[in-house]
Design a protein around this ligand. Structure first.
Ligand code: GRF
Length: 200
């Protein structure tokens, strides 16, 4: 069994998809051991509470803007809950260097576009879909990748595409792509888990 931490800033639908995949047995060998959010009002923390999953609110702001203190407390939480791997599921903040270092190759992020295009700084939420529509693309999709230093960089684990339909708004496109995220994020966690278990 590997212990997973999910980091989420928003409503937490990807967290819910991970939870459901574990419950249904399609995502095996994973225990959802911790939810971390920088947002005390996030749907993700609410969901964790409802399902009796250990959830913590932790952010740089909460640590009086002290990055070192944030890093220390985050590492402490991950150590105390014996976390093996991390999924960023709509997490809007950068992870501190020591966490990236400790979990190298064991952190995945879901992004609502076909990376390497439409990624990087400022490319989050509806901005991504707006950029895809403005570029006149007729295909978009979602990607899950390993997290390294920079935003949306790192090896791509899974991608799935979908059409961009005439008349799509950023919101409509987001809805179509969210459904893909809910499929490929748990699948990618399974892939990373397999590789960790095989190298243990
Ligand atoms: C997802 O579209 C994810 O790709 C993006 O933020 C959204 C999070 O949605 N980075 P939710 O909080 O999982 O519902």
């Amino acid at each position: 069994m590997l212990r997973l931490a999910v980091f989420a800033s928003g409503r937490g639908s990807n967290l819910e998809a991970i939870y459901n995949s574990i419950e249904s047995g399609s995502l095996r060998n994973i225990e959802l051991a911790l939810v971390v959010s920088n947002n005390s009002n996030s749907g993700a923390l609410e969901f964790a509470k409802r399902k009796n999953i250990n959830g913590i609110h932790l952010s740089v702001l909460k640590c009086n803007n002290d990055l070192h203190e944030f890093e220390r407390r985050l590492l402490e939480a991950l150590n105390n809950t014996r976390i093996d791997l991390i999924a960023l599921a709509g997490y809007m903040k950068k992870l501190p260097g020591a966490v990236l270092e400790k979990y190298r190759g064991r952190i995945v992020n879901v992004h609502p576009a076909l990376l390497p295009e439409f990624g990087g700084s400022g490319m989050y939420g509806l901005n991504v879909h707006r950029a895809v529509l403005e570029a006149g693309r007729n295909i978009s999709g979602a990607s899950v990748h390993l997290v390294e230093g920079e935003y949306d960089s790192g090896k791509i684990i899974l991608q799935e595409s979908c059409p961009v339909e005439p008349g799509d708004t950023p919101e409509i496109l987001a809805e179509r792509i969210t459904k893909i995220e809910h499929r490929i994020l748990p699948q990618a966690i399974g892939i990373i888990a397999e590789s960790i278990l095989h190298t243990k």
